[in-house]
Design a protein around this ligand. Structure first.
Ligand SMILES: NC(=O)c1ccc[n+]([C@@H]2O[C@H](COP(=O)([O-])OP(=O)(O)OC[C@H]3O[C@@H](n4cnc5c(N)ncnc54)[C@H](O)[C@@H]3O)[C@@H](O)[C@H]2O)c1
Length: 358
């Protein structure tokens, strides 16, 4: 490890200390649990006590393949019989608020999937339930833990690129929307389900913008009803700007995902390997050019983990750490209300054709 990266690497560490590890129970046995939550928990040495799903065949199949000892008939039985320290909810957002309320009222700690709710009002009610039941709860915005992105965050915090002037994320993908039949008829699709990761990430770096603008498109013959191409810009009180360009109609066969942060003293750029070959992915990259460190040109940081499944250790680890030693949850339910507000503002801009103040 190059010495100057030591502090950055420490910030990116995903291991969960043994004394923080509590058993987990899962609600939802879908693709993301099968392909990312469970492999991440195995890697982190976490125990999964049980699982439930309205589709019990699926729950039994996932349990058998991942060695989960209990399949519960429903959420009530899971809450009654499981001794899990965190309930991991991973169902479509339409179903999540009701399940979340039940779990919170049972005073169980929660990790909820993104988007945590279809509306701001439901999100606020969920955050209020966290407070009134004195539980710990996070939202699975695990891009905040992807190693390259987390390294960039730390480099910015250390002042390596000076005052940030702009942040941009650009993805060109051929997304197989058929994988999510429940999303086929959603009016709010791309920003709500996919780019919410990027908007949440930019909020983590830059805070809430002053105003946003979003242009969106649908393409003839596409499977889902909602928008599949979006270009979002944001302006902050400080004069910083940001851009998210997400195009899911890439017919060129060269899927890509890039991010870039520019500052007055340098720049950071990286790639999200997952998007080059979803869901298998390839290695992530990040590099920094700084006149302050100094780096003498572009210096690559050696990323050794991936968004899927490794970053999922981060979101669960953050909830477990908050339970064990009261550290703040990096992506808390209350904080995520801000992300829902930003997403809603983008849709209002899309619908009105005008910029929207937050
Ligand atoms: N990067 C990410 O964090 C990421 C990636 C993909 C999906 N997701 C999110 O994860 C959630 C699940 O996505 P998926 O890809 O696994 O979808 P999926 O369709 O593969 O699985 C969803 C599962 O939820 C179950 N379910 C639905 N309603 C339920 C209820 N009321 N009680 C119990 N189970 C119920 C379904 O039977 C299904 O098995 C969605 O909210 C999605 O937005 C997040």
């Amino acid at each position: 490890m190059i010495d100057i990266f030591e502090e950055v690497a420490e910030f990116c560490r995903l291991e969960i200390p043994k004394e923080h590890r509590l058993p987990i129970a899962i609600i939802g046995a879908g693709g993301i649990v099968d392909g990312a939550h469970l492999p991440a928990y195995k890697k982190a040495g976490l125990t999964v006590d049980g699982i439930t799903d309205v589709d019990q065949v699926k729950a039994h199949d996932v349990a058998a393949r991942h060695g989960i000892p209990h399949v519960y008939a429903n959420v009530d039985e899971l809450l009654e019989k499981s001794n899990a320290g965190v309930i991991d909810i991973a169902v479509p957002s339409i179903a999540q608020p009701e399940i979340f309320a039940k779990v919170a009222q049972a005073k169980r700690n929660i990790l909820a999937q993104k988007p945590m709710a279809p509306t701001i009002e439901q999100g606020v009610a969920m955050a209020d339930l966290v407070d009134s039941n004195a539980i710990v709860a996070g939202v699975n915005q695990q891009l905040r833990f992807e190693e390259g992105v987390a390294a960039a965050y730390k480099m910015v915090s250390l002042g390596w690129i000076g005052t940030v002037t702009n942040m941009s994320i650009t993805v060109n993908l051929a997304t197989p929307w058929e994988m999510w039949p429940w999303a086929k008829d959603l009016d709010r699709l791309e920003v709500m389900l996919h780019s919410i990761h990027y908007h949440d990430l930019i909020r983590w770096f830059l805070g809430d913008p002053h105003s946003v603008f979003c242009a969106a498109g649908r393409t003839k013959g596409q499977y889902p009803r909602g928008e599949t191409r979006t270009i979002s810009t944001a302006l902050y009180d400080s004069g910083v700007t940001s851009l998210v360009h997400a195009n899911h109609v890439n017919r060129g066969g060269d899927n890509s995902g890039e991010f870039r942060i520019d500052g007055e003293k340098g720049s950071i750029k990286g790639t999200l390997g997952l998007l080059y070959d979803y869901p298998n992915g390839r290695v992530d990259t990040v590099e920094v050019s700084s006149s302050l460190v100094p780096t003498d040109g572009w210096l690559p940081y050696p990323v050794t983990t991936r968004w899927f499944p490794d970053a999922f250790i981060g979101t669960m680890g953050s909830v477990l750490s908050a339970i064990a030693i009261s550290t703040p949850v990096r992506s808390s339910v209350r904080d995520n209300v801000g992300t829902l507000k930003l997403v809603d503002a983008l849709y209002r801009s899309m619908d009105s054709g005008s910029s929207v103040k937050l």
